[in-house]
Unconditional design. Structure first.
Length: 325
């Protein structure tokens, strides 16, 4: 799709371009920032779930207001990334202000109001895709929106050349290739969000990621007895991808699967150590805490505690550092 204001009356050019952007991406308002005649053009292509557009125009403000969002309450939330080819951009969202120089990019969430000021004639590549494809928590996306990334910053050297090349050649790909490229865009943008969130987590120890890990640990403790507990179920319960779940635990001292096994063994060891005339069998204890294979449980328990579970129950346990005469 190609739209230009060349043949539109001067007084209608900005509204005409704003209408084209609204129909192609999300509803916005375009307002010129100078009193001179306005000129603009939009080129847009679809690659699978990703809309790739190039917007070029004179100095303008592009705004997505709360009123525009309210007019389409059922529209699917989109994540947007603007890559500045030339001219500067200043994006504001959620009280943050990101200044984007030529060659840089900025990420934003179309589900909430934002505005972008282009103080001079500009050219920008815009990438929009459904937020759900990123597989990241909404709160994390909210925290990293309106963050500028330069060509030498963090994920920039990886992401920017790819997006720039993709925008220039989007028209040339077949539908199957476009689908594959759309998946690559989603993966890279998910990585961008994770990279930005990691940077914020280093600055703010009590970050959303840290809080989420705490909630996941609590969820694991509450569901230890369920044999089907695993990364897939945990990710689904917290509305994140399995890949992002594993990334959250990269900074922990244990993986998700290892944590589940470790906590199950701890509960089994605690129960087997209790003195009771009506104590359940070792197999029953193992099953109660999510182990479905008795032989596997016995091997795993012995590897962790140094003795088989029956010897642990009998009190024949390895001497610890504080034991002995």
């Amino acid at each position: 799709m190609r739209v230009t204001t060349a043949s539109v009356p001067d007084g209608e050019k900005a509204a005409y371009l704003g209408g084209a952007v609204s129909r192609t991406l999300v509803p916005v308002e375009v307002r010129p920032l100078t009193g001179r005649p306005f000129d603009g053009r939009l080129v847009s292509h679809r690659l699978g779930h990703v809309r790739v557009s190039t917007l070029e125009a004179d100095a303008a403000r592009v705004s997505r207001t709360a009123a525009l969002i309210a007019r389409a309450p059922r529209s699917e939330p989109q994540v947007g990334v603007g890559v500045q080819v030339c001219g500067r951009a200043v994006l504001q969202q959620d009280g943050r202000r990101a200044e984007v120089p030529p060659g840089g990019l900025v990420l934003y969430d179309t589900a909430r109001p934002y505005s972008v000021d282009y103080p001079e004639r500009f050219r920008t590549h815009l990438f929009h895709l459904p937020r759900r494809l990123l597989g990241v928590p909404e709160q994390e996306l909210r925290e990293v929106a309106a963050t500028a990334v330069g060509p030498a910053d963090g994920y920039g050297p990886v992401l920017l050349p790819f997006l720039d090349t993709l925008a220039a050649s989007a028209h040339s790909y077949s539908a199957p290739v476009g689908e594959r490229l759309a998946g690559s865009v989603a993966e890279l943008l998910s990585g961008l969000v994770a990279d930005l969130a990691h940077g914020r987590a280093a600055e703010e120890p009590d970050s959303a990621g840290t809080q989420l890990v705490g909630r996941i640990r609590g969820y694991i403790d509450r569901h230890l007895a369920e044999p089907q507990l695993g990364p897939e179920r945990i990710a689904q319960a917290h509305h994140i991808s399995v890949r992002y779940l594993h990334r959250l635990f990269e900074g922990e001292d244990v993986t998700v699967s290892r944590l589940i096994q470790q906590r199950r063994l701890e509960e089994c060891a605690r129960e087997l150590a209790r003195r009771s005339r009506t104590a359940p069998t070792v197999s029953a204890v193992a099953q109660r805490w999510g182990f479905v294979n008795p032989a596997h449980f016995s091997r795993t328990f012995r590897a962790a505690y140094g003795v088989p579970p029956r010897e642990w129950r009998a009190g024949r346990r390895p001497a610890g550092p504080g034991d002995g005469a």
